[in-house]
Design a binder for this molecule. Structure first.
Ligand SMILES: *[C@@H]1O[C@H](CO)[C@@H](O)[C@H](O)[C@H]1NC(C)=O
Length: 388
């Protein structure tokens, strides 16, 4: 009898394993939509990469929906809030904005959504008549013209796109996302965008005040001496990069296969077209020649050092900007960052510097070749063709 029970148990396990293989986690949801999570951190180039998706005619894009959760429920700290953020993402991926009710003021409209005018889809029909689909949107004009759109129009717009892309900086692990990866109505792709922590610190210093409440949540509201905060926040962020990358790369669960791609911002800055094309391909989008021209234009712009708002996309020469920390940051600070981010820097391929001289000598390349560090699975060949 016991033997039979064991045998039956084994049969179930075997059958399930076989079943999982037959219907790979890659089986597409009925409506064929792809749901992209652009998972990054503050000042890591995610606004720019987000725009690269937002401007694509097949993409419904939204910037940091998790901001609403963090802003409304500041007290608990990142650990407690992550499930609420996760559940918000599930709804928004499914174009259900009723979940926003919990976080928005009464009588809300599209302008209540964080950074809504950065979403080209919210400046285009059916959300707003301003920007014909297939054209590039202008945030300033959109901000003025499209602000009274209601959330039902937002939902309607969302449902007309093949790709929903959400950028977020408020995930510090992958485990909370596992239910979304296993949800048969979702086809999730995760692009994990990382950046040299020394460049991140320099960039955050430009607008330190903007990060105060986020920092407190990252640090679980612990009281930490002010000069120490930036290092402790950076430590959390660096550890999260290691945690996320290792979870996806070393012994990933089967439902993560084909769904994770790590991208270093520095590689995007050096080879924008190549890296962006690879990201499009990973999620099943095609680059148009119009998009390629736009990418060239925004990555080769002028105006280095101009004062920019914390969340604005910059069009300065992207490759230049990624080196700026080397001349601006004092070496003592660089040493501290390298200490708290040692493991992440080794994993992601950022070389440490050991003297001020080495730091300031810009012809020493601190970016290690990407091969062993960048890791992704491409989706199965059998998956549906892209909707360019
Ligand atoms: C966007 O529109 C504003 C106002 O009409 C204009 O001043 C600005 O140059 C435009 N920006 C771009 C990038 O075209």
């Amino acid at each position: 009898m016991i033997f039979l029970v064991i045998l039956q148990g084994a049969a179930v396990v075997l059958f399930c394993g076989w079943y999982v293989q037959l219907s790979p986690c890659g089986s597409a949801p009925p409506n064929g939509k792809v749901h992209v999570l652009l998972l990054s951190s503050w000042r890591s180039g995610s606004s720019f990469v987000g725009q690269v998706f937002s401007q694509h005619p097949s993409v419904f894009y939204l910037m940091e929906p998790g901001w609403h959760v963090w802003t409304k429920l500041q007290k608990p700290g990142a650990r407690v809030l992550r499930m609420a953020v996760r559940d918000l993402f599930r709804s928004v991926f499914q174009c259900d904005f009723s979940v926003m009710d919990a976080y928005l003021p009464e009588n809300h409209q599209v302008s209540s959504l964080f950074m809504w005018s950065h979403s080209r889809a919210l400046c285009s029909p059916p959300a707003c008549p301003l920007t014909p689909r297939g054209q590039f949107s202008n945030q300033t004009q959109c901000f003025k013209t499209c602000s009274t759109t209601g959330l039902s129009e937002v939902e309607e717009a969302c449902s007309t796109y093949s790709h929903v892309v959400l950028k977020e900086v408020r995930f510090f692990e992958l485990e909370s996302l596992f239910p979304l990866l296993q949800d048969p109505t979702l086809d999730i792709r995760i692009i994990h965008l990382v950046r040299d922590p020394r460049a991140v610190v320099r960039s955050k210093e430009e607008s330190a005040k903007a990060f105060m409440s986020d920092n407190a949540i990252v640090l679980e509201q612990r009281s930490i001496p002010a000069p120490e905060v930036q290092y402790q926040v950076m430590k959390e962020i660096c550890q999260s990069h290691v945690r996320i990358n290792e979870r996806a790369v070393l012994k990933p669960p089967p439902f993560l296969k084909g769904r994770y791609k790590m991208v270093r911002y520095e590689d995007v800055a050096r080879n924008p077209l190549e890296e962006i094309t690879a990201m499009y391909e990973f999620v099943g989008l095609e680059a148009t020649s119009q998009l390629e021209e736009w990418i060239y234009r925004v990555t080769h712009g002028k105006g280095k050092g101009s004062k920019k708002e914390a969340f604005e996309i910059t069009s300065r020469n992207a490759a230049d900007v990624s080196q700026a920390w080397r001349t601006v940051l004092p070496h003592s600070k660089v040493k501290r960052i390298q200490e708290v981010c040692q493991e992440a820097m080794a994993l992601l391929g950022y070389r440490t510097v050991h003297s001020e001289k080495e730091q300031k000598k810009l012809d020493i390349d601190l970016l290690m070749p990407q091969e062993p560090y960048q890791f992704s699975w491409l989706p199965d060949e059998t998956e549906r063709p892209s909707n360019g």
